[in-house]
Ligand binder design. Structure first.
Ligand code: ASP
Ligand code: MG
Length: 422
C-alpha cells in the first residue's frame, strides 16, 4: 500500500495525552500496511504564546528572529510525537522543515514553498521508519535562513509534502469532524459535508472558512491530491475534498455551504474624477503596500459632477497602510475624501451547482432582506456569491442564508472536541 500523509493540528497534540493518542493513531495506520509521513503543528496555543513572548521583549521583533522563535513550536511537537511512537515499539524519526527539504523564498512570516526535496523523508520510509515533519516552516533557498509559511500553514506543508512524495491521500486531522455547511458556532444546525470539490473548498477557504489553509487547497488542486479532513478525536469519516477531475462525475448539491469572514475592512475613495487612468493610479498606490485587495466596486459616475466612488475591501491588518498610501496621492488624483470602515463582514454562498441553477442570487438576497440585512457590496464568481454587510449582522445573515437554502440539519451534528478557538 502507498504513502499516507497525516497532519495533526495544535489542538490534537495540545498535551502529553494528546500526543500519545495521536501516536497510537499513527501506529494503527502503519499497522494497516501504509507508509506514514506525519506533519505536526505546534502544541495548543504555543505559536500565539511565542508571539506574545516576543512582543514582551520588543514591539517589532526582527522577522528573521521571529521565524526562528516560532519554528521552535513545531520542533517540540515533532520530537514528542516521535518519542511517543518509539514508546509504542515503532521506529520514528522527526525532521525540521529544512531537513525535510521544504525550500522556500526568503519572505519571513509568509514564505512560499518553491521546491520540496524530501530525500531524507524517503530514506526514513525506506528504512521502515515513520517520518514526523515540523509543519509551517522551511528554509530559504537564497539566504539559508529558517522561514515560516504563515499562520495555519502546516496544512500547506502536509499537502505539498504529500504531492512531492506521491502519496495516495493527505489526511488533515483537527478538532472538528470535517468541513461543515457553515461555522457550527454560528449555526448549530450546520451539517458535515461528506465530500466537496477542490474548487468549492477553494472558494470556502478564500471566503473565510478556517478549517483549511487556502494555500493548502491550491496545492491539492494543482497536484490532484485528495484531502480527507477529519477529527483526531473520533473515528468518523470526515469530509473528502475531491480533485475536480474526479469530482466532475459526482452529483453536486447545488449549494455546498455558507462561509463568513470578519477579517476585512472597507475603504471608499469618494469623488474620484471619472477620467482615464484614475483607477490605475489608485491601485498602483495600493499595490506598493502589498495588501491583498478583495472586492472592488466602482459606481457609475454622477452625471452632474463627473465623479465616481470606488470601494474595495482588504484585510483589516492592512487598513492603515492602505489609507496612508491613498492619502499621499490625494492631490495627484484629486478625489474628495477617504472613508474607512472596519465594522463590516463578508458572507458568501458557495456551490458548484450554482452554475446550472439560475435564481440562486435572487433567493440569497431575498433571504437577507427578510432577515433585515442590508447589502453594502456584492461580488460573484462562477460558483460563489459574496456580500459585505454590517459586522453586527453577519451571524444573522449566515443563519438566514443557511435556512433559506435548506442546509439546516434536523439534529445537531457538529461537535467541537478541543481547542481554545484562539
Ligand atoms: N503553528 C502554526 C500556527 O499556529 C502553524 C499551524 O498551526 O498550522 O499558525
Ligand atoms: Mg491550523
Amino acid at each position: 500500500m502507498g504513502i499516507v500523509v497525516q497532519k495533526y493540528g495544535g489542538s490534537s497534540v495540545a498535551d502529553a495525552n494528546g500526543i500519545k493518542r495521536v501516536a497510537q493513531r499513527i501506529v494503527n495506520t502503519r499497522k494497516a500496511g501504509h507508509d506514514v509521513v506525519v506533519v505536526v503543528s505546534a502544541m495548543g496555543d504555543t505559536t500565539d504564546e511565542l508571539r506574545d513572548l516576543a512582543e514582551q521583549v520588543t514591539p517589532l521583533p526582527p522577522p528573521r528572529e521571529l521565524d526562528m522563535l516560532l519554528t521552535a513550536g513545531e520542533r517540540m511537537s515533532m520530537a514528542l510525537v516521535a518519542m511517543a511512537i518509539a514508546q509504542l515499539g515503532h521506529k520514528a524519526q522527526s525532521f525540521t522543515g529544512s531537513q525535510a527539504g521544504v525550500i522556500t523564498d526568503s519572505a519571513h512570516g509568509r514564505a512560499k514553498i518553491i521546491d520540496i526535496t524530501p530525500g531524507r523523508i524517503e530514506a526514513a520510509i525506506k528504512d521502515g521508519a515513520i517520518a514526523i515533519v515540523a509543519g509551517f516552516q522551511g528554509v530559504s533557498q537564497d539566504t539559508k535562513d529558517v522561514t515560516t509559511l504563515g499562520r495555519g500553514a502546516s496544512d500547506t506543508t502536509a499537502v505539498a509534502l504529500a504531492a512531492a512524495l506521491g502519496a495516495d491521500v493527505c489526511e488533515i486531522y483537527s478538532d472538528v469532524d470535517g468541513v461543515f455547511t457553515a461555522d457550527p458556532r454560528i449555526v448549530p444546525a450546520a451539517r458535515k459535508l461528506d465530500r466537496l470539490s477542490t474548487e468549492e473548498m477553494l472558494e470556502m477557504a478564500a471566503s473565510g472558512a478556517k478549517i483549511l489553509h487556502l494555500r493548502c487547497v491550491e496545492y491539492a488542486r494543482r497536484y490532484n491530491m485528495p484531502v480527507h479532513v477529519r477529527s483526531s478525536f473520533s473515528q468518523k469519516e470526515g469530509t473528502w475534498i475531491i480533485p475536480d477531475a474526479q469530482g466532475a462525475q459526482m452529483e453536486q448539491a447545488i449549494i455546498a455551504g455558507v462561509a463568513h469572514d470578519r477579517s476585512e475592512a472597507k475603504i471608499t475613495v469618494v469623488g474620484v474624477p471619472d477620467k482615464v487612468g484614475e483607477a490605475a493610479r489608485i491601485f498602483e498606490a495600493l499595490a506598493t503596500t502589498e495588501a491583498n485587495l478583495d472586492m472592488i466596486v466602482q459606481n457609475v459616475s454622477a452625471a452632474a459632477t463627473g465623479r465616481t466612488d470606488i470601494s474595495f475591501t482588504l484585510p483589516r491588518a492592512d487598513g492603515q497602510t492602505a489609507m496612508t498610501a491613498l492619502a499621499r496621492i490625494q492631490d495627484e488624483v484629486g478625489y474628495e475624501q477617504l472613508l474607512y470602515n472596519d465594522q463590516v463582514g463578508k458572507v458568501s454562498l458557495i456551490g458548484a451547482g450554482m452554475r446550472s441553477h439560475p435564481g440562486i442570487t435572487a433567493k440569497f438576497f431575498a433571504s437577507l432582506a427578510a432577515a433585515g440585512v442590508n447589502i453594502e457590496m456584492i461580488s460573484t464568481s462562477e460558483i460563489r456569491i459574496s456580500v459585505i454587510v454590517a459586522d453586527a449582522q453577519v451571524d444573522e445573515a449566515v443563519r438566514a442564508t443557511h435556512s433559506a437554502f435548506d442546509l439546516d440539519a434536523e439534529e445537531v451534528e457538529a461537535v467541537v472536541y478541543g481547542g481554545t478557538g484562539r
